[in-house]
Design a protein around this ligand. Structure first.
Ligand code: NI
Length: 218
């Protein structure tokens, strides 16, 4: 990456740090920072373009539908406005917007439309941050913010055939492991992402076993 490109990334990082300083659902600045680092790591191993990957990672949650009343277009609109400020080619901007439009998980039976290798790196990184110890912490933080109970053994996990289905279901946080988190390992796009997902997946299974053991009491 050139010095000019690195400066753009630094400026964007600062702007995002300010914007997300009071975020408490696990989609905070540190999530963005981790997604940036993980996607850069995957990008290097997969031979993807580092600038496009990095811009996609930094902007992937800039105006997420989960926090703006369900507006799915806002993320792309906000990212597009921000990108206009920089002297980047239209091709780069289009590729970044493609990533932002297709990054989000929309349910267990909804197709993944991510086309570019850079997008696949960012999507893998975003999914990796939903797994493992960090993933568990973020899942309960998000569930709490939404007012969901930790667990209710009477409510079983369900399958979702559309994004509307997926975002309307009222459930408890343990179900989220079965409806999304435990499915992600097999949906990783890249070989590098798959490898990184293994350990995090195993840790979540271990967590759930322990959780059910303790749930029974003595
Ligand atoms: Ni994200």
């Amino acid at each position: 990456m050139s010095e000019k490109e690195q400066n753009i990334l630094n400026e964007l990082t600062l702007m995002i740090k300010k914007k997300f300083s009071n975020e408490s659902t696990g989609h905070d600045f540190y999530h963005i920072e981790r997604v940036l680092k993980i996607s850069q790591y995957i990008s290097k191993h997969e031979g993807a373009d580092l600038l496009i990957t990095s811009l996609g990672a930094l902007l992937h949650d800039i105006d997420d539908h989960k926090f703006n009343g369900g507006d799915w277009e806002a993320n792309k609109r906000s990212a597009s406005k921000i990108l206009e400020k920089y002297a980047l080619s239209n091709n780069i901007k289009d590729q970044v917007l493609h990533i932002i439009e297709n990054c989000s998980y929309k349910g267990s039976h909804v197709d993944n439309k991510m086309q570019s290798i850079e997008g696949k790196c960012v999507q893998d990184a975003d999914r990796l941050d939903a797994l493992g110890a960090i993933g568990i912490a973020r899942t309960f933080a998000y569930g709490g913010k939404k007012g969901h109970p930790i667990y209710n053994p009477e409510i079983k996990p369900s399958e979702h055939h559309s994004k509307e289905d997926y975002f309307q279901g009222e459930s408890h946080t343990i179900n989220h492991f079965y409806e999304k988190l435990l499915l992600l390992k097999d949906r990783m796009n890249t070989t590098t992402g798959k490898k990184l997902a293994e350990e995090r997946h195993a840790f979540m299974e271990q967590f759930l076993n322990q959780f059910y053991n303790e749930w029974k009491g003595y």
